[in-house]
Write a protein that binds this ligand. Structure first.
Ligand code: G16
Length: 553
């Protein structure tokens, strides 16, 4: 249809926002993500590709329409593979080719794809073997969402593949549904199926978790929903969980999406989100957590004592990962003591943003060498899949745990009488292993804190102390000129820039820093650590100047 061509690209307000025939778009850290007016023709072509892949694999393929932590006027689209993982990297290349074709070239590009991929599907169709091909599509709460859902429906119809609209969902719910459609024994592929599976495992694990004597665990929590999809969907999930188990108050449910709130804001600003600032005489804010706009990230935080008013103390993705790994290691150690030939291996995957102290703790106390990969869940997920229990988290709160087939056969398939194996089994079901999930990670965090009997103070003090760190977003005219290597920790382009970074870093004690282009926003990110907060800010500022000297927006 003409409204989904580059020339006729029509926005949700009905205006035609033409896209130049030669404008190029990159599949970024998390799919295509731009101002919403650019998206209709992109979503249409992506859904068409999803239908092609669905037929090729005779499976459900996911299309998630969201721009997650970006501002409300943006939107985006990403494709999800049959097991609920991110799209395979080969198909990212196909997607890029199809999106970047001009209107005139599209038919030829499509015909070539169909020739390549339809052959096997056609013979299956002829033999009546295509039963499960479908495109499963979800949206977040952005106003442009319903219009883009229609673009996706039209794209999937091009190839005559069944279209399943699962409505307004968190990104992890879409991933979970795709896996459930393809593996019916995993869960019922409905919102309720997801709530039941995760809350059911939580309640069972809660019942068998004994709080230790002298426990300082508190089941009260205030959640910042980023004014996003987390608000309605988490409210529904919480209906399944008795208040005596977990008492949660939701805030930031209906305001402007991600504005002054949400996990990305709290992490980067290291500030309390809107509606969490206390009057000076109010009682201290208790345990708090923050979701991002599509609820695939979570951070814990609380007001930081003795600091500038409104400063937040973060319990970020690194601290959640270490908490999970400490719990799992405890269960594995008990198992190994009774079964010395235990062959279950746990690994931990981080990115360059991981706080240096967390990496040291994992190495020295958990005796695991962390694997450092480039930003983006697809990289972390892939590296974590090498282990029986692969814990992966980005510092920004995006993370989960993946489990191997070997884990399935040792832990999940045997109804073991051993309590630590039953704990591991249920814990693996509270977790959403398809992708980082704010709801599932919150429930898993609460279980582990209760198991150890830890307050926020305990969680902070018994593991490690964060080294001071800062992250700065620097707007640039063209972020594509910045090229990195070494898991994004070294700049290879523009020439000479890495030398200038090294010179700045050398001025401070215990320092570390890097610069990388964002894959979701038109900015370059500066990350710096140093011995004191003051020095960290100085180093960050000087690196910001280094970027600006190359050319700002
Ligand atoms: C997405 C990705 C994350 C990544 C984040 C920022 O998160 O899924 O893996 O850390 O973008 O990426 P970048 O630094 O390249 O901008 P979300 O929550 O926005 O989907």
């Amino acid at each position: 249809p003409p409204q989904y061509t580059r020339a006729g690209n029509t926005t949700h307000t009905g205006e035609v926002h033409s896209i130049p025939q030669d404008e190029q778009f990159a599949y970024g850290t998390a799919g295509f993500r731009f101002r919403a007016e650019k998206l209709p023709f992109i979503v249409y072509r992506c859904a068409y590709l999803a239908s092609l892949r669905a037929r090729q694999l005779d499976s459900a393929i996911g299309v998630m329409i969201t721009a997650s932590h970006n501002p409300a006027q943006d939107n985006g689209v990403k494709l999800v593979d049959p097991s609920g993982d991110m799209l395979s990297s080969q198909w990212e290349i196909y997607a890029t080719e199809v999106i970047n074709a001009s209107d005139a070239d599209l038919t030829k590009v499509i015909r070539d794809f169909e020739k390549n991929f339809q052959r096997s599907s056609q013979s299956k169709i002829a033999r009546g073997l295509i039963h499960n091909a479908k495109v499963v599509c979800g949206i977040d709460t952005r106003v442009s969402g319903p219009h883009l859902m229609e673009a996706a429906r039209a794209g999937a119809a091009l190839f005559n593949v069944k279209f399943v609209d699962i409505g307004v969902v968190s990104t992890p719910m879409l991933h979970y549904s795709v896996k459930s459609f393809n593996e019916p024994e995993f869960a019922d592929p409905t919102h309720q199926g997801y709530y039941d599976a995760i809350s059911g495992a939580f309640k069972k694990l809660y019942e068998m978790t004994q709080e230790p004597d002298g426990s300082r665990y508190q089941p009260e929590l205030i959640v910042d929903c980023a004014n996003g999809v987390g608000a309605p969907r988490f409210r529904e999930l919480l209906k399944q969980i008795p208040k005596e188990m977990l008492s949660i108050e939701l805030r930031n449910e209906n305001g402007e999406l991600n504005h002054g709130c949400g996990a990305d804001f709290v992490k980067i600003a290291q500030k309390m989100p809107a509606n969490f600032i206390l009057t000076p005489d109010a009682a201290p804010e208790p345990k708090c957590a923050s979701f991002d706009g599509d609820a695939d990230r979570i951070l814990y935080f609380r007001a930081k004592n003795g600091c500038q008013y409104g400063t937040a103390e973060l319990f970020d993705g690194d601290r959640i990962a270490v908490l999970f790994a400490t719990y799992i290691k405890e269960q594995l150690d008990i198992y190994t003591a009774s079964k010395p030939r235990n062959s279950l291996k746990m690994g931990i995957v981080q990115t360059a943003y991981a706080n240096g102290s967390s990496t040291r703790f994992v190495r020295e106390h958990l005796k695991i060498e962390p694997i450092i990969v480039p930003t983006g869940v697809k990289h972390l997920h892939e590296a974590a899949s090498e282990f029986d229990i692969g814990v992966y988290f980005e510092a920004n709160g995006h993370g989960t745990i993946v489990f191997s087939k070997h884990f399935d056969s040792v832990v999940r398939r045997n109804a073991s009488p051993l309590v630590h194996l039953r704990r591991l089994h249920l814990f693996s079901r509270v977790i959403n292993e398809t992708v980082g999930d704010a709801f599932a990670d919150l429930l898993a965090t609460e279980i582990v804190l209760r198991h150890f009997g830890w307050s926020m103070d305990d969680w902070n003090q018994k593991l490690y102390q964060d080294v001071p760190n800062v992250q700065i977003k620097v707007p640039v005219a063209d972020r594509s000129i910045f090229k990195t290597t070494n898991a994004e920790q070294t700049l290879v382009k523009p020439d000479g820039l890495q030398k200038r970074i090294d010179e700045e870093v050398a001025k401070y004690k215990d320092s570390r820093a890097f610069i990388r282009p964002s894959g979701t926003e038109n900015i370059v990110r500066v990350y710096a650590e140093a011995d004191t907060l003051e020095n960290t800010h100085r180093l960050g500022k000087s690196l910001e100047q280094v970027v600006l000297s190359i050319g700002s927006a």
